[in-house]
Design a protein around this ligand. Structure first.
Ligand SMILES: C[S@@+](CC[C@H](N)C(=O)[O-])C[C@H]1O[C@@H](n2cnc3c(N)ncnc32)[C@H](O)[C@@H]1O
Length: 368
């Protein structure tokens, strides 16, 4: 089965669902709002849209974050139109994710979403049309020159496939500190292919002068070994290795498992955009987020024992909501509870020594 058929976040609205464990991503979405406003202002000023404003949210997943993005975009458009004494256009919001995404949960939130729009902005507002577009954003999703704005949050670090040539990665499940150089090269090469393709596909779909706002995780040094960028995945890998020692997981299953996730450095992103040539890079804004999205302490460099236990609960839920379907498809579902129990212990220990934070960037681009 291809990754496009396997990868999705935990569905529904249960305890382990993405919907209930995506506060960190929500924090990332909120950081992009000022750039959204800047872009929409530019689109209005240059008359890029007229009677209908078409926006795509790529890698939308399911839950409140999905419609938060749509609301942010609509509110900003409304504000910009009011400021410029401009008639509000009709709005088409296209929600994209892979085929296994829980689109049905989003549809169930739509009646309240439409109702709130009417209540807040009046009966004559819009109308706004929300639709779902399943498929990979590494392929074409929309007709030629049909989008005014593309938004993509917390998704571009997912690769289109597990890179080829990871046979030497042993029991590592990602670009770990102990991975050999050819593993780094294989991941970097796949990212280069994928991000170039992402830009090329969008360049055909976005109108001239249209915008893209992308928020994704990055690393801050060229050499990935210089910091613990992949620490959470390394701890998950360590938990799997511990389970092989206890006979709960086959070593060969770990050796053949690698997470298709890559954190580029900022220069890599800049170079690919420049080389591909369809978009100009207007802004790149980096920010850090605590692993536990409910943790507001950005000064301490490590946690007390008590705090590490509290933060670990939220971090474990976050990682489970993201990775459970991928893990189940490879290892089966019988190991999941134990795996995340072991993972939690390792995370708690780690946090008492170092409070590593995730680094993200928001970039805004204009179609040339
Ligand atoms: C961490 S979630 C982010 C969801 C949402 N944008 C947010 O910020 O809360 C990443 C999403 O990207 C989706 N995704 C990954 N690769 C994709 C691809 N090639 N095409 C479309 N969606 C993809 C995943 O299925 C997942 O729903």
């Amino acid at each position: 089965m291809t990754l496009g058929n396997i990868l999705h976040m935990n569905a529904g609205d249960g305890e382990s669902s993405y919907a209930n464990n995506s506060m960190m991503q929500e924090n990332g979405i909120r950081k992009a709002v000022p750039f959204l406003k800047q872009s929409i202002k530019g689109l209005a000023k240059h008359d890029v849209f007229k009677d209908c404003f078409t926006v795509a949210d790529l890698g939308c997943s399911s839950g409140t974050n999905t419609l938060l993005v749509a609301s942010n975009i609509i509110d900003t458009l409304y504000e910009v139109c009011q400021e410029n004494d401009r008639k509000m256009p009709q709005i088409q919001v296209c929600l994209n994710d892979l085929f296994g995404n829980d689109f049905n949960s989003i549809f169930k939130l739509l009646p309240d979403f439409y109702e709130k729009l009417k209540r807040d902005k009046g009966e004559s507002f819009g109308p706004c049309f929300v639709s779902a577009v399943p498929g990979s954003f590494y392929g074409r999703l929309f007709p030629d020159q049909s989008l005014h704005l593309v938004h993509c949050a917390n998704s571009n670090h997912w690769l289109s496939q597990v890179p080829q040539g990871l046979e030497n990665n042993g029991s590592n499940i990602c670009m770990a500190k102990t991975s050999p150089p050819d593993v780094y090269q294989a991941y970097g090469k796949q990212y280069h292919i994928d991000f170039t393709k992402f830009l090329r596909m969008r360049s055909e779909e976005v109108v001239h002068g249209g915008s893209m706002i992308l928020t994704f995780a990055v690393r801050s040094t060229v050499d990935p070994r210089k910091d613990d960028y992949y620490a959470l995945l390394e701890l998950l890998g360590q938990s799997l290795v511990d389970m092989t020692k206890e006979g709960m997981v086959n070593e060969s299953d770990i050796n053949s498992f690698n997470v298709p996730l890559y954190l580029p450095c900022e220069d890599e992103v800049r170079n690919i955009i420049e080389h591909e040539g369809s978009f100009s890079l207007d802004n790149m804004n980096g920010f850090k987020l605590n692993w536990d999205p409910y943790d507001t302490d950005y000064t301490n460099m490590y946690d007390s024992n008590e705090l590490s236990r509290i933060h670990t609960v939220n971090i474990t839920k976050l990682m489970r909501a993201i990775l459970e379907p991928l893990l189940i498809s490879h290892f089966g579902d019988s190991i999941i509870d134990m795996l995340f129990k072991k993972f939690g212990k390792l995370v708690a220990e780690y946090l008492t020594k170092k409070k590593q934070r995730s680094l993200l960037v928001t970039i805004s681009l204009t179609k040339i």
